[in-house]
Write a protein that binds this ligand. Structure first.
Ligand SMILES: Nc1ncnc2c1ncn2[C@@H]1O[C@H](COP(=O)(O)OP(=O)(O)OP(=O)(O)O)[C@@H](O)[C@H]1O
Length: 864
């Protein structure tokens, strides 16, 4: 606008706030315009065509890391040559098939096929090392039932003219490297019957297969390397799984001796022989042995068709540290499986047993395929969960870890290239090609651990001793895990509410919980079983205890009966002895009365009395079956002493004898008012003795008390003392006496002290009597000396004699003694003089004049 102003004003500055807006000129308009100057021709045109025509070199695709390659399932394809001329096939063709009876229609078909083979062409052609093209036969193409297909993605395709070494190098070598580094792996051969699986796996002695080549390589590498690899031990085990007349599966050890049947429990095969292999010769020998043992049969498809699934295990014992990883390595297992080939009935013409085998083989192949398919589907969509197809056959149970994608494996598919094999080959390739997408989790470490645990784990479960604490621990663990799972499930549930309702993790947790609960149920079942067994054992123990109790009861009854018999025996012999004691007492009384009557008779020889007395004492002591306690028996003890004394008295002074006699009597009274039980003699014998009663009351009392003691003791002693010696008697008495009797004996022991206390007044009385006697006899120069007056020789002899153990009387005997003592005094006064009955007088012997005189003298003194 200002451009059109008439007069600019330089002194002023004008600020244009809104500059004029003009549309830009288009290139076309610009180009149309004439160039402003001639220099425009110098600018070169943009070489766009040149730029577009330049070939940009494409960068080489980076090789995939080996880890990713190794993580996918490797599938190799091997094409069997169209024509294989071997002695075996020639023989098979020349002679009739041993599959009998043959289906005539099948036979006809086979004949047709054999004729068409002459003009056969290959249905499969190799595109490259990873792909093949499968062309259907002309007949099928015309029917438009099938079309040419390309199968690609194989790890490697082995053409028909490849060698066994090629197969080994491409397929087995990487597995072997991993195996020697402590990684387990599995290689399985799949394919229709007669396609060359066994040929690939085992080969022939001239053309060895994978297994022999692997073993060769193992020993070659071992020899090349330095320790510790060279010192590593390898073990070989081979077994086969076959059908049992179509009913079940059985496993047989192909390296075992004798009965080679193996025990199969779930996925565990027990008793499998694992042979250490130290060199190649040993290994090849074992392979040959296994091949000979393997079940084979001739079919229309194969002259030596395998009828079983064969599994070869090579185990490398851990040498401690892995060379590469420098980490503690575990045992590694290389497993090679030669599956029996799937068969079509139409082609094989199998019948009878062969047909049953064929069904088993096809079934196993089908289950194997199902496992791989379900693994693939699971990896595609983990929400579905992994189907448990592996449970349907022993082989898949055994290879469970591989078929669940937890360990690396490789497959080699062998196919026949003939036109007539198109259907089999097509089916197999269609089935197997998707497996290439199967991935393996990179859990080699875990797999190794699991591998080690796989078999021992089952062993542990079987051998585990479940006790109550362990069970509780398991229960706690399970409960803990369950809580944890519940928490996880809850958390996942919350997350799922926000994102999606179900997640793979949740399903995993559910699976885990299911597994835990199942295992827990198993454990509980085992515990219950064990408790049941323990219960049975306890019941057996109870039975034996009951029997022993019955026996003991019978014994106790027998003992009771014996005791009763002994009691009865004990009671019977007491009666005559009691009678004897009573008679003895009566005799003494009679003698006493006689003595009283004859007080006026003068004695000529007092020594006779002493002699007779000594006789009595001696006889009494000698005749006693019980060892007498001479030192304690008043009047009766120490017959030697008394006899010596008496002899001395005869020689020296009769008065001394009297003194000594009275002293002995007094001593007896002082020492033991209750005589010892052991001193009791046989009164029946004693009764026969001529008992001379000393008119002096002390000896008389002593004798009476002695008899009383005998009377009281005889109840418990008589029966025993007659049968057994002293020591035995005492023991027997202790054993045989009932508890009540023992109690009485104990009571008697207690009473001993009491009795002594009770008898003390009597002793004192006796002493006073002695004093009186001494006073009374003073006038007649008769002294009754005290105990101190006893001769030293007598004391010595007494001390030298062993004092037997004292026995006590029961309380009843003490009371009886007292009663008799009281009666004695009364009898002295009141009883009529003379003999009571003629019985006892018969045993008395005529007294001498001296004794009668002495009695009178003493009696008169006593009554004074
Ligand atoms: N690649 C090959 N080169 C030479 N001979 C072969 C090849 N593959 C297989 N054969 C021969 O074909 C015959 C049958 O092969 P093989 O026994 O290995 O088949 P298969 O798949 O194991 O059959 P099946 O499943 O019935 O046991 C054998 O005599 C074997 O030597």
């Amino acid at each position: 606008m200002e451009e059109f102003s008439p007069t600019p004003c330089p002194s002023t500055v004008t600020v244009r706030r809104n500059p004029p807006r003009k549309a830009r000129a288009t290139p076309y308009t610009t180009a149309a315009k004439p160039p402003p100057s001639s220099n425009t021709h110098d600018v070169p045109s943009f070489p766009i065509d040149e730029i577009l025509s330049i070939q940009i070199p494409q960068p080489e695709p980076e090789p995939k890391p080996s880890v990713s390659v190794s993580e996918s399932l490797k599938i190799f394809l091997r094409i069997k040559p169209l024509r294989v001329f071997s002695k075996a096939t020639a023989a098979a063709k020349s002679r009739p098939r041993n599959v009998w009876p043959q289906n005539p229609s099948k036979k006809h078909n086979v004949a047709k096929e054999s004729r068409s083979k002459k003009s056969e062409e290959a249905c499969i052609t190799l595109n490259d090392s990873h792909s093949v093209t499968l062309t259907p036969p002309q007949a099928l193409q015309e029917l438009k039932r099938s079309k040419t297909e390309v199968f690609e993605g194989f790890s490697h395709v082995f053409p028909a003219d490849c060698s066994q070494s090629d197969v080994y190098g491409k397929m087995v070598q990487p597995l072997l490297e991993d195996f020697l580094n402590g990684k387990s792996g599995m290689l399985a051969a799949l394919g229709p019957s007669g396609s060359g699986k066994t040929h690939t796996v085992f080969g022939t002695p001239k053309d060895p297969g994978v297994v022999p080549l692997t073993l060769r390589q193992i020993f070659k590498k071992r020899d090349e390397t330095s320790p510790p690899v060279s010192l590593r031990l390898f073990y070989l085990s081979i077994f086969e799984i076959c059908s049992e007349r179509g009913k079940g599966e059985k496993a047989y050890d192909l390296l075992g001796d004798g009965s080679s049947e193996l025990s199969v429990q779930q996925s565990t095969i027990r008793g499998l022989k694992e042979v250490p292999i130290r060199n190649l010769e040993e290994a090849e020998s074992l392979i040959g042995q296994a091949m000979l043992k393997r079940a084979t049969a001739t079919t229309n498809s194969n002259s030596q068709s395998s009828r079983s699934q064969c599994i070869i295990n090579i185990r490398a014992a851990s040498d401690g540290v892995s060379n590469e990883t420098k980490v503690q390595s575990a045992d590694a297992m290389l497993t090679i499986v030669d599956l029996a080939g799937a068969e079509r009935e139409k082609r094989t013409g199998n019948q009878g047993e062969r047909l049953v085998e064929s069904n088993f083989i096809n079934n196993t192949s089908m289950v194997f395929g199902q496992c791989l398919r379900s693994l693939l589907e699971y990896q595609k969509n983990r929400k579905k969960g992994l189907q448990k197809h592996h449970q349907n056959s022993l082989l898949t149970r055994y290879l469970r870890d591989y078929l669940e994608g937890k360990r690396r494996m490789a497959l080699i598919i062998t196919v026949k290239a003939g036109e007539e094999d198109y259907l089999d080959t097509s089916y197999l390739l269609k089935q197997a090609s998707p497996y290439m997408k199967i991935k393996f989790d990179n859990t080699e470490e875990v797999c190794n651990k699991r591998q080690l645990k796989t078999f021992p784990r089952v062993e542990k479960n079987k051998k585990m001793k479940l006790s109550a604490p362990k069970t509780s621990q398991i229960a706690e663990t399970v409960a803990g895990e369950k809580n944890q799972i519940t928490q996880e499930v809850n958390l996942e549930g919350k997350k799922a509410d926000q994102t999606e309702k179900s997640s793979p993790k949740l399903e995993d947790n559910n699976d885990r919980e299911h597994i835990i609960m199942r295992n827990f149920a198993k454990v509980v079942w085992n515990v219950l079983k064990q408790y049941n067994e323990k219960l049975k054992v306890a019941e057996g123990d109870i039975c034996t205890l009951k029997e022993s109790l019955k026996n003991e009861q019978l014994k106790s009854r027998g003992l009771e009966a014996e005791l009763i018999n002994l009691k009865s025996n004990l009671a019977e012999p007491c009666l005559p002895e009691v009678e004897a004691l009573v008679h003895a007492k009566e005799q003494i009384e009679v003698d006493t009365s006689l003595a009283n009557e004859n007080t006026n008779v003068d004695d000529d020889d007092p020594c006779d009395l002493i002699e007779s007395r000594s006789e009595v004492t001696a006889d009494g002591c000698n005749e006693s079956p019980v060892v007498p306690n001479k030192s304690l028996v008043p009047g009766l003890g120490n017959e030697e002493i008394s006899s010596e004394e008496q002899k001395c008295a005869k020689q020296d002074d009769p008065c001394n004898l009297i003194d000594s006699t009275s002293e002995v009597a007094a001593e007896g009274c002082n020492e033991s008012p209750v005589p010892n039980k052991n001193v009791v003699p046989d009164l029946a014998n004693e009764q026969e003795c001529d008992i001379q009663i000393n008119p002096t009351p002390s000896p008389e009392q002593a004798e009476v008390s002695l008899i009383n003691n005998r009377l009281s003791n005889i109840q418990t002693k008589s029966a025993v003392s007659r049968r057994f010696p002293d020591s035995e008697k005492q023991e027997r008495l202790r054993k045989l006496l009932p508890a009540s009797s023992r109690f009485i004996a104990e009571e008697m022991d207690d009473l001993e002290i009491k009795d002594k206390q009770i008898e003390k007044p009597q002793v004192k009385l006796a002493e006073t009597r002695d004093q009186k006697k001494s006073e009374s006899t003073k006038g007649r120069e008769i002294e009754i000396p005290a105990r101190e007056a006893e001769p030293a020789s007598t004391k010595k002899q007494r001390n030298e004699q062993k004092k037997p153990r004292r026995r006590l009387q029961p309380a009843s005997s003490v009371l009886l003694t007292r009663e008799i003592n009281t009666l004695e005094i009364e009898d002295d006064v009141a009883e009529p003089k003379g003999t009571r009955g003629g019985k006892k007088t018969t045993v008395t012997q005529p007294r001498s004049q001296g004794s009668v005189t002495l009695l009178r003298l003493l009696t008169s003194n006593l009554h004074l």
